[in-house]
Design a protein around this ligand. Structure first.
Ligand code: PRT
Ligand code: MG
Length: 209
């Protein structure tokens, strides 16, 4: 029997992932939200789920500790890892990566300070724009940085825009459309081809229903 390990992103992506997995016939045998466990067997023998931080999902898949992963495209753009394919857009947890600035403030002249947790994404974006930017790494609450003059602008996820608005910011440049993606370890895709292809196919059907 082929053992398949799926690394899932906890938090808001997980809530939308479980119904998709269920439609694909993969169900955890116990309630993930009622448990502190990190590994869950499923109704498919040999197939188990890991519940991880999003930014750890590509790492587990790249090194083959998980065969398949589900993570936000923002996380994958920032990860820049190879060692995995990205065969399927799951169409869930949709949002956008944007730059944001204090409302009504015109473009900053001179050297820009940008706060973000997406350092690699931001470096590429400003380089493509031909703009000099000093990047400041934050781990959360990016919206605070312009208010306290830590940065002139931020690079962050925007969905409804309510968080920006509540903090006196507005969007400026669109960087990327984001949704959760399926990734597959390259070596596992060869050695466990049938089992993985069957999961990718079932999931791609549950996405399109
Ligand atoms: O917990 P950890 O630090 O690992 O990450 P996290 O707290 O960001 O995780 P979580 O559970 O929020 O899920 C993050 C993933 O969900 C991201 O990698 C995205 O792919 C996806 N996603 C979809 C979002 C949003 N929508 C979203 N709105 N991630 C974050 N947000 C945040 C955003 O950072 C901002 O603070 O929601 C706020 C903006 O929402 P609006 O509606 O006010 O614009
Ligand atoms: Mg969180």
């Amino acid at each position: 029997m082929t053992q398949i390990t799926l690394a899932l992103t906890k938090g808001r992506i997980l809530k939308e992932t479980l119904p998709l997995l269920k439609k694909a016939g993969i169900e955890p045998v116990e309630d993930i939200f009622a448990s502190r466990k990190l590994v869950f067997p499923t109704t498919i023998k040999g197939t188990r789920l890991l519940i991880l931080r999003g930014s750890d999902v590509p790492t587990y898949v790249q090194f083959g500790a998980a065969d398949i992963g589900i993570a936000g495209k923002d996380v994958l753009l920032e990860d820049q890892g190879d060692g995995y394919y990205e065969p399927l857009d799951l169409g869930i947890a949709r949002c956008q990566l944007m730059t944001a600035v204090p409302k009504g403030v015109s473009s900053h002249n001179g050297r820009l300070r940008v706060a973000t947790k997406y350092i690699n994404v931001a470096r590429r974006f400003y380089a493509e724009q031909g703009r000099q930017a000093d990047l400041i790494k934050l781990y959360g609450a990016m919206e605070l940085a312009p208010i306290l003059d830590l940065a002139h602008e931020i690079v962050d996820i925007v969905d409804t825009g309510n968080t920006l608005k509540a903090n006196g910011l507005e969007t400026r440049d669109h960087i990327a459309d984001i949704s959760a993606r399926l990734i597959v370890n390259k070596a596992a895709f060869k050695t466990k081809f049938n089992a993985i292809q069957s999961i990718v196919n079932s999931l791609s059907k549950s996405v399109s229903i």
